[in-house]
Design a binder for this molecule. Structure first.
Ligand SMILES: *[C@@H]1O[C@H](CO)[C@@H](O)[C@H](O)[C@H]1NC(C)=O
Ligand SMILES: *[C@@H]1O[C@H](CO)[C@@H](O)[C@H](O)[C@H]1NC(C)=O
Ligand SMILES: *[C@@H]1O[C@H](CO)[C@@H](O)[C@H](O)[C@H]1NC(C)=O
Ligand SMILES: *[C@@H]1O[C@H](CO)[C@@H](O)[C@H](O)[C@H]1NC(C)=O
Ligand SMILES: *[C@@H]1O[C@H](CO)[C@@H](O)[C@H](O)[C@H]1NC(C)=O
Ligand SMILES: *[C@@H]1O[C@H](CO)[C@@H](O)[C@H](O)[C@H]1NC(C)=O
Ligand SMILES: *[C@@H]1O[C@H](CO)[C@@H](O)[C@H](O)[C@H]1NC(C)=O
Ligand SMILES: *[C@@H]1O[C@H](CO)[C@@H](O)[C@H](O)[C@H]1NC(C)=O
Ligand SMILES: *[C@@H]1O[C@H](CO)[C@@H](O)[C@H](O)[C@H]1NC(C)=O
Ligand SMILES: *[C@@H]1O[C@H](CO)[C@@H](O)[C@H](O)[C@H]1NC(C)=O
Length: 510
């Protein structure tokens, strides 16, 4: 149910003052005001202030039942290759969880899924590829989530056309995480969620049980044959009402930690993770296992078991638990060459209690660091830089944009590195031959070499710069004739060419 925001609700929640930044956007919601959603206990805003392109749609009525209210409408992007949401006021260096949800629901009458077609498009995080969305089931709510550090004071989340699908989005949520959580996430490492499961519960858990609003899916479903694909073979569920100690670094909700899957053959508990549409464990996997012993110790019974880890460094880890104390094991590894399914086997140690597991999270590594400029362009620019007496050229010529070099302009293709498209070396005291490195700037459209003291012939490589639209060689001491190709391009209007030597500038007009 969508309730319009009431001050009463704000007042009641204001007791828990929380400075963590969070944004909840109901994409495609055409109302003017934010509303309180009692299912998630969060206030959702319409998306108009975050984006100005795209069109709002409602999903087909037959898909509405049982879907979250945010998923009942969506924004689609039939125009333009790339459309981006911008979320401001994030703090550079802070850690955030960003979750995008997609429910197709045949909003267009099902056109895009006719004849068994799937609807694909790409999700980008700024200039960085996040993932390809492959929507194959109209009624399924697809969720993609990453944990990342903010590299600037805003996030840009872009939907990019890549297949025949018209990109769309149903909801966008941002939750700030405390920096001590998921310590593996840093400037160069972001994590993309594959699975997050509570092993002993049969319902979904999120806010307010989880203060960070992480979504924990049920790992145990009584209907399905035991554990769908998580814990296979002979496991049962154990729960307790006893409170756990409060020093849980990962702040896993207590309802989750108070339940667990336990091996029922008293020997082995097997967690299987498989590569699939939504579970890509290559090339690196990050798995977090959350444990707490829930069985009161009898006599000198211990709770120790062994975890067998596959991957590039197969190994055994002894895990020793204490009664009602949370313990977290973090595994980072490269997946095996055949990572289609791999198992994490928990095996009992003689004289000890059978192994258990309370919750698990699996992530894959995603590189959200900026793509640097095309290497060929960078090399050429570095060669040219050496010829300049005076230059402030530092680092990459094009990115980050705010530090791009003054004398260059760049293009920023969607999925390939930025290219240098313009170079202005007017009056930079250059002499001798026109540097050969310029011939390697293969995407250049504008080249201004005017008012230097270049000498020698016009080099043929200029004719190979196929994108060149403007070439200014005026005010130099070049000799020899113009290359035919350049003349032809000027004659047919595809090249704007200025070529007057210093000498000819002073010629009296006949
Ligand atoms: C999308 O998923 C379907 C069904 O799993 C598959 O046949 C298709 O190849 C996938 N498309 C892309 C672009 O990955
Ligand atoms: C991020 O962490 C990885 C692995 O822990 C490390 O190799 C890398 O140097 C770190 N990067 C930064 C920028 O701290
Ligand atoms: C597992 O251990 C429990 C308690 O020790 C015992 O009651 C049960 O029969 C054992 N189950 C199996 C399959 O060995
Ligand atoms: C499950 O446990 C029983 C004994 O409790 C054993 O006979 C059976 O082989 C186990 N099944 C699997 C798939 O391991
Ligand atoms: C793990 O426990 C086993 C059995 O108790 C023991 O033999 C082994 O040395 C332990 N390994 C480590 C790394 O502690
Ligand atoms: C872990 O369990 C799986 C499933 O039973 C089994 O195929 C695999 O061999 C086990 N791995 C190890 C290292 O024992
Ligand atoms: C770029 O140009 C601006 C304005 O002309 C100037 O203030 C700035 O110092 C220049 N920066 C560099 C790196 O050349
Ligand atoms: C131009 O590029 C080629 C191949 O990428 C390289 O071998 C050559 O050294 C470059 N020339 C200059 C002048 O940078
Ligand atoms: C080259 O740069 C000079 C100085 O900025 C400018 O006057 C001239 O018009 C430029 N040439 C072209 C073709 O744009
Ligand atoms: C102009 O001439 C050049 C060189 O002959 C040729 O490559 C180019 O295709 C021509 N462009 C147009 C628009 O005619």
């Amino acid at each position: 149910m969508r309730y319009f925001m009431l001050l009463v609700l704000l007042a009641s929640s204001a007791i828990l003052v929380d400075c963590r930044r969070e944004v909840s956007i109901d994409c495609g919601f055409s109302g003017d005001d934010a509303y309180y959603d009692d299912r998630t206990s969060k206030i959702y805003a319409p998306d108009a202030e975050y984006i100005d392109t795209g069109a709002n749609h409602e999903i087909d009525e037959s898909y509405v039942t049982g879907q979250p209210v945010q998923a009942q409408n969506l924004r689609s992007f039939p125009d333009g290759v790339r459309n981006c949401y911008t979320i401001n006021d994030v703090t550079q260096g802070d850690k955030y969880l960003i979750r995008a949800s997609f429910l197709y629901g045949c909003y267009d009458g099902g056109q895009q899924m006719r004849h068994g077609r799937s609807l694909t498009f790409d999700l980008y995080f700024g200039v960085n590829f996040w993932q390809t969305m492959n929507i194959t089931v109209a009624s399924h709510l697809y969720i993609s989530e990453i944990i990342t550090l903010a590299s600037s004071d805003y996030f840009s989340i872009c939907l990019v056309k890549s297949g025949d699908g018209i990109p769309f989005i149903s909801a966008l949520e941002l939750r700030q995480l405390d920096s001590e959580l998921y310590k593996d996430v840093n400037q160069s490492v972001s994590l993309r969620l594959s699975e997050r499961k509570s092993m002993g519960l049969d319902q979904t858990i999120r806010f307010p049980d989880d203060i960070y609003d992480r979504i924990w899916q049920p790992g145990y479903t009584s209907r399905a044959a035991s554990y769908s694909r998580d814990v296979r073979r002979n496991s049962t569920v154990l729960t307790t009402t006893a409170e756990l100690g409060s020093d849980d670094a990962y702040k896993v909700p207590s309802a989750i930690m108070q339940s667990a899957a336990v091996s029922s053959d008293n020997n082995t508990l097997i967690l299987s993770l498989s590569n699939g549409d939504d579970v890509v464990m290559a090339p690196m996997f990050y798995v977090y296992l959350h444990f707490a012993e829930l069985r009161a110790p009898k006599g000198n019974e211990k709770s120790i078991f062994q975890l067998r880890v596959p991957g590039s460094r197969p190994r055994l880890i002894n895990i020793s638990l204490e009664y009602l104390v949370a313990r977290h094991i973090q595994l980072i590894d490269q997946a095996n060459s055949d990572p289609s399914t791999f198992y994490l086997n928990l095996t009992r140690v003689p004289g000890s209690l059978p192994p258990l597991l309370n919750a698990m999270e699996a992530y894959s590594y995603v590189d959200l660091t900026k793509i640097s400029t095309d290497q060929g362009d960078v090399d050429a620019m570095m060669m040219i830089k050496r010829l300049l007496y005076h230059t402030e050229w530092q680092g990459d010529p094009c990115v980050p944009v705010q530090f791009a070099w003054n004398e260059t302009k760049c293009s920023f293709p969607i999925s390939t590195p930025p290219r240098v498209t313009s170079l202005d070396l007017f009056n930079r005291g250059l002499k001798g031959d026109i540097p050969a490195a310029i011939g390697n700037l293969s995407a250049i459209t504008y080249l201004n070499l005017s008012r230097n003291t270049f000498t020698g012939p016009i080099p043929p490589f200029l004719a190979n710069l196929n994108s060149l639209q403007t070439l200014d060689l005026s005010g130099n001491q070049l000799d020899g004739s113009l290359i035919d190709v350049l003349c032809n391009r000027q004659a047919n209007g595809s090249l704007r060419l200025r070529y007057l030597s210093q000498f000819s500038v002073h010629l009296p007009i006949p």
